[in-house]
Design a protein around this ligand. Structure first.
Ligand SMILES: NC(=O)c1ccc[n+]([C@@H]2O[C@H](COP(=O)([O-])OP(=O)(O)OC[C@H]3O[C@@H](n4cnc5c(N)ncnc54)[C@H](OP(=O)(O)O)[C@@H]3O)[C@@H](O)[C@H]2O)c1
Length: 406
């Protein structure tokens, strides 16, 4: 059995805008969790926004049962995406299984694993990924296929959960039998009629968008997407049927024309007020007064953040914003609010990571492009992570995921 050190090195939020590399005890293993030796870490925008978060206002704080320091995630290990090697597994014993912990994933020491940890977790400060040893929830992790390196695999966790939730859980798009059977039979996949529905993946060159394009295509939809022209080739190579530059003043009419004015679903991975306006403007026209406004006719706008919807639209649109943290299946705190555990979100998280694991093995799902140890000195480790977070703050990273080796 591998020797487990007593301490680990972790990146911890100290105060708003400040995270430091610290030494701390290896967290205890709970049933349903496993200890992983981390080999690569990937960055997400949430990593730096959580570090910089200054905390809720006093009214919000008075409504949540957390300390002021907790409400700012202080003392919590940062980071979500990782890849590494399993060191020790603590399965959920039959007598100890809880409703929010399932056992259908089998991991053993030495397995190569990737997925998502819960960084800047106010209620469980040891749950983050940016450390040399981490503890992760077994049922949301994926085996890394043989053809994939740790660096590529590290980029997948958040993208799989977010894109999957946005499309098939929150977005309610059909989850075809091809997915459920996991046969990998391409003929089943190709059996599409010409009247496949269009979906808009706004922000196709984001890490979430690139996985979402692939999921939507595998599920049998036609994808229209937006990104900068430098990333057109990337999104087309992932399967997009049409792509437009979101800076084009005619973007709405371009999308409407491409979709024959028949768009009913959009996943907005950028989710600002202006991107919400573009998505909503692109929807098929359906007067608010129409008797058709119900069920399958609703125009659904699914977003990763929570932008304002445009005023005075002529189309009835339902907005659904979501937080991927609910996939962990536990109560969580986020920016001044407590969210209850949602077992159905957790069940979906288990299902979509299981599916993604299979698609990766079959070579049907590609990781977002990565850039390894990107900084002037090519520094890896947690020092490299800190430099990478500064690059994300500056907004200079386009069409690639920053990854740091450990
Ligand atoms: N709710 C959740 O659970 C959840 C989960 C994951 C992420 N998020 C949030 O979702 C957002 C995206 O995260 P991510 O990691 O997928 O992004 P990312 O990979 O960091 O996104 C970078 C890309 O954003 C694109 N972009 C920026 N502004 C754009 C615009 N106006 N229109 C279209 N594309 C634009 C750029 O595309 P070009 O270079 O091509 O211009 C760039 O390549 C972040 O705010 C993140 O915090 C939320």
């Amino acid at each position: 059995m591998a020797q487990i050190p007593e301490t680990r090195t972790a990146l911890v939020k100290m105060s708003p805008g400040q995270a430091s590399i610290t030494t701390q005890s290896i967290p205890a293993l709970k049933p349903g969790f496993m200890l992983v030796r981390v080999k690569a870490l990937a960055l997400n925008p949430a990593d730096w926004t959580d570090i910089d978060y200054a905390g809720p206002n006093e009214v919000q704080l008075s409504k949540v049962n957390v300390t002021p320091s907790q409400s700012r995630y202080e003392g919590a290990v940062v980071g979500l995406d990782y890849a590494g090697i399993v060191v020790r597994v603590e399965p959920v014993g039959a007598s100890r299984a809880t409703s929010n912990m399932t056992t259908n994933k089998i991991f053993n020491p030495q397995d190569r694993v990737c997925g998502c940890a819960y960084g800047c977790n106010a209620l469980d400060p040891n749950a983050g990924a940016f450390a040399d040893y981490i503890v992760v929830q077994i049922d949301l992790q994926m085996h890394i296929p043989h053809h994939m390196g740790f660096e590529e695999a590290a980029s997948l966790g958040v993208g799989v959960l977010s894109a999957g939730m946005g499309l098939f859980h929150v977005g309610n798009l059909k989850y075809p039998s091809y997915f459920t059977s996991l046969t990998g039979n391409q003929e089943e996949n190709d059996d599409y009629s010409d009247d496949r529905e269009w979906v808009l993946i706004y922000g196709g060159s984001t890490a979430t968008g690139s996985i979402a394009i692939q999921f939507a295509k595998l599920a049998g939809y036609k994808v229209v997407t937006t990104c900068s022209p430098r990333n057109f080739e990337l999104v087309m190579s992932l399967g997009a049927d049409a792509v437009f530059d979101y800076k084009d003043p005619q973007i709405v009419s371009l999308i409407r024309t491409a979709t024959s004015t028949n768009l009913k679903y959009a996943l907005d991975t950028v989710a600002t007020d202006s991107t919400a306006a573009i998505c909503v403007g692109s929807f098929a026209f359906l007067p608010k007064s129409s008797a058709e406004v119900s069920g399958s006719n609703i125009r659904l706008y699914v977003c990763l953040l929570d932008p304002e919807m445009p005023m005075n639209t002529s189309v009835e649109v339902e907005k659904r914003a979501f937080l991927g943290y609910s996939c962990f299946g536990s109560k969580f705190y986020f920016e001044g609010d407590i969210f209850p555990a949602t077992p159905s979100d957790h069940d979906f998280g288990v299902k979509i990571t299981h599916l993604a694991e299979r698609l990766l093995q079959l070579g049907k799902l590609r990781n977002h492009p990565i850039s390894v140890n990107e900084n002037e000195s090519r520094t890896g480790g947690l020092e490299g992570v800190l430099m990478g977070l500064d690059a994300l703050r500056l907004g200079t990273v386009s069409g690639r995921k920053l990854v740091y080796t450990m």
